[in-house]
Design a binder for this molecule. Structure first.
Ligand SMILES: O=C1O[C@H](COP(=O)(O)O)[C@@H](O)[C@H](O)[C@H]1O
Length: 239
């Protein structure tokens, strides 16, 4: 595992984008399967993509998927697709038929199955699971990643690539990329900024099995190729 630390959230988002460019260069095939997250950290990245990178990234090669979605319509402020649409999708030239949103407004069980089938059909297989070229993941202050929360261990070893989860406090249904495709991606990248993530960060990068109680810790310990891109505020308790 590599941890890359930058001075500011903006520099961190730039470095994540440089890593995306590097992966695009490494993966020699035309179609590049990228899955993005939602939340505040992604919002910074998406604004940067819209402002700085609308032309300088080969967006035509990107086949875009989501790591997770809240079960709400795209017009709802909670929608992860809605966030991407508002912030960068109107500014970059990803062909329409390469944008694969999770239908948050659909029946959650049916949608988890439909989306699982879609990624299994479109992506190469890695040991029985679809393999993304790059996953950009976030972490919650509780150690969740994707929409897998502490206590939802079954979703880390689930037979389908996507499954229905529920937020432990609000009980909002989510559709979440499950653990096995997260650890089998060509690159699993955690993008984390802000002092409020500093404490949980020390727990999820702990190399001991204690980290497995946090979904992000389990993914970190088990992923084939994992890297952290963080700002110095988030890094403040790391040794
Ligand atoms: O609920 C979610 O939270 C995580 C972390 O979001 P952030 O606001 O703390 O950056 C995010 O990765 C995930 O996609 C989202 O649904």
């Amino acid at each position: 595992m590599k941890i890359h630390t930058f001075d500011t959230p903006k520099e961190t988002a730039r470095a994540v984008t440089h890593q995306l460019l590097k992966q695009l260069d490494t993966v020699r095939k035309d179609a590049f399967n990228l899955a993005i997250s939602g939340g505040h950290t992604s919002e910074l990245l998406f604004h940067l993509w819209a402002e700085i990178y609308p032309q300088s990234l080969p967006w035509q090669r990107v086949h875009l998927y989501w790591v997770d979605e809240r079960c709400v319509p795209p017009t709802d402020g909670d929608s992860n697709y809605g966030l991407a649409k508002r912030t960068f999708l109107n500014h970059v030239k990803i062909p329409h038929d390469q944008i694969h949103r999770i239908l948050g407004e659909a029946n959650p069980d049916h949608e988890a199955q439909r989306y699982s089938d879609l990624v299994k059909k479109n992506l190469p297989d890695n040991d029985g699971f679809p393999q993304f070229d790059l996953l950009i993941l976030g972490i919650g202050t509780d150690g969740h990643t994707s929409s897998i929360f502490p206590g939802q261990k079954d979703l880390l070893n689930y037979p389908t690539p996507y499954a229905v989860s529920a937020h432990p406090e609000t009980h909002q249904y989510r559709i979440a990329l499950t653990g096995q495709p997260m650890i089998r991606a060509s690159m699993t990248l955690f993008h984390i900024v802000g002092a409020e993530k500093a404490e949980i960060l020390t727990n999820v990068v702990d190399p001991s099995p204690a980290a497995d109680q946090y979904p992000a810790g389990y993914v970190t310990r088990n992923a084939d190729n994992v890297a952290y891109f963080i700002d110095k505020a988030a890094a403040k308790y790391l040794k």
